[in-house]
Design a protein around this ligand. Structure first.
Ligand code: FAD
Length: 413
């Protein structure tokens, strides 16, 4: 790092940006710290938006990462409702949407992702919705009152979590998925099959291998979803959950390297040493991705990654540099079922099923080595898997599939 570091500016007040700010103070950074976020709310957690918050089981206050007083107490200047519109790398400053310029010694980009738009006619009709922000969730909570038929496009995590909440309210829910199974990019066929069955038992209908060609409307409102094979599925509300794209334009326009994410090194630095980037918006080298079809650089969308990268970066900026090496992990609550994933699996990784008592786990192997573990209502397997992956301990497929084999002893030994 060249020169004294007196001012750090963070772009994006989500999970990663907030964590970096909090961890910088915890690690003793005493300079000026500004957290610029385009959303109006205090930094909040997104996961409950498609779970407890959507179901009305928690309020907006329960989502906050910290109460308002925390920011003043820790001298974190939170600037809500403000967008950073440009970076002047030579002058080390950022331009804000209110016209102000803010100078920095170090800049942290934590801009997250946005939902992929559905590229068909009618996608802009009223009643076609997405779920990313608190505003989206508030609008959805209001919109699902008093309606009957929901069509979800995309059987990924958010689509399925939304479907589960709606089905539990007695709504009629159809999920349309282009692939042949649920969560196809993220989990094994075994886990997909189990979750398809869980959702069907809860009353959800699936259409697999189905393309959407249009949203049909009447008077500006969506009334049906048309599929490639000519079906027209009536809908009072359509939720589009077809993945996200990284918010990388700010970095790209400033000449930083981007490729499906802002490119960073193992220390979370961009191609400009005065700018780092963390969270959903970055692509980074990971030993857990080694042998994956896309190479050993990944972009990960998870709370774990956002939090651990925020902490890792704060440590480097306060004089304790370490390469980022955290085990990826993730969870998804779908109805009463809890899915937890440790590690990163490629679609072609082998699967070994382990069943003991309630729930099950699928152990994934790439080139004979453990790559990931998907656990359904098996938190102990998940915790053991995180330890095994962190330590790079050897587990054979035979051991994984043997319910009598003591995983915990291997993980902690
Ligand atoms: P974000 O939290 O998206 O924050 C980025 C922020 O930057 C946003 O507020 C954005 O408005 C702001 N921003 C962007 N550009 C600018 C700019 N130019 N100027 C100012 N501000 C800007 N993960 C899990 O591990 N488990 C779950 O169960 C889970 N459930 C989820 C459910 C939902 C509905 C969603 C949407 C996500 C879920 N996730 C879950 C993913 C998790 O929330 C994200 O991985 C995490 O929020 C990423 O943090 P981030 O800070 O990188 O991005």
């Amino acid at each position: 790092m060249s020169g004294p570091m007196e001012t750090i500016v963070i772009v994006g007040a989500g999970q990663a940006g907030f964590q970096a700010a909090a961890s910088l103070r915890e690690a003793g950074f005493s300079g000026r710290l500004t957290l610029v976020g385009e959303e109006a709310a205090l930094p909040y957690q997104r996961p409950p938006l498609s779970k407890a918050y959507l179901a009305g089981k928690t309020d907006a206050r329960g989502l906050l990462l910290r109460q308002e007083s925390f920011f003043a107490e820790h001298r974190i200047a939170h600037r809500p409702g403000i967008r950073v519109t440009a970076i002047d790398r030579a002058g080390r400053s950022v331009r804000l949407s209110d016209g102000e310029d803010l100078s920095y010694d170090h800049l942290i980009l934590a801009t997250g992702t946005r939902n992929r738009a559905l590229p068909v006619p009618g996608a802009d009709l009223d009643g076609v919705r997405q779920l990313r922000s608190l505003d989206d969730a508030d609008a959805l909570r209001a919109a699902i009152e008093g309606i009957h038929r929901i069509v979800v496009i995309g059987a990924g995590f958010i689509g399925l979590e939304f479907a589960a909440v709606c089905a539990a309210r007695g709504l009629s829910v159809t999920v349309i998925e282009a692939a042949e199974r649920v969560m196809a990019r993220a989990v094994s066929p075994e886990t997909s099959e189990a979750f398809r069955a869980f959702h069907e038992e809860a009353g959800v209908t699936f259409l697999f291998g189905a393309g959407v060609t249009a949203i049909e409307g009447e008077g500006g409102r969506a009334v049906a979803v048309r599929t490639a094979d000519g079906q027209s599925l009536p809908a009072d509300l359509v939720l589009v959950g077809i993945g996200v794209v990284p918010n990388q334009e700010l970095a790209a326009e400033a000449g930083l390297a981007v490729r499906d994410g802002i490119e960073i090194d193992a220390f979370l630095a961009t191609s400009d040493p005065a700018i780092s980037a963390i969270g959903d918006c970055v692509r980074f080298p990971s030993r857990f991705a080694s042998g994956m079809p896309g190479g050993d650089r990944v972009r990960i969308e998870s709370v774990q990654n956002a939090v651990d990268q925020g902490r890792c970066l704060a440590a480097r900026l306060t004089g304790r540099p370490a390469a980022y090496d955290a085990v990826p992990w993730f969870w998804s609550d779908q109805g009463p079922r809890k899915l937890q994933i440790a590690g990163l699996a490629a679609p072609s990784d082998a699967s070994v099923l382990r069943r003991a008592g309630a729930g099950f786990s699928v152990f994934r192997f790439r080139d004979g080595a453990l790559s990931a573990v998907e656990s359904v209502d098996r938190p102990a397997d998940h915790m053991a898997a995180r330890r095994l992956l962190a330590a790079g301990k050897r587990l054979t497929p035979e051991q994984a599939g043997d319910p009598g084999f003591d995983l915990k002893a291997l993980a902690t030994g």
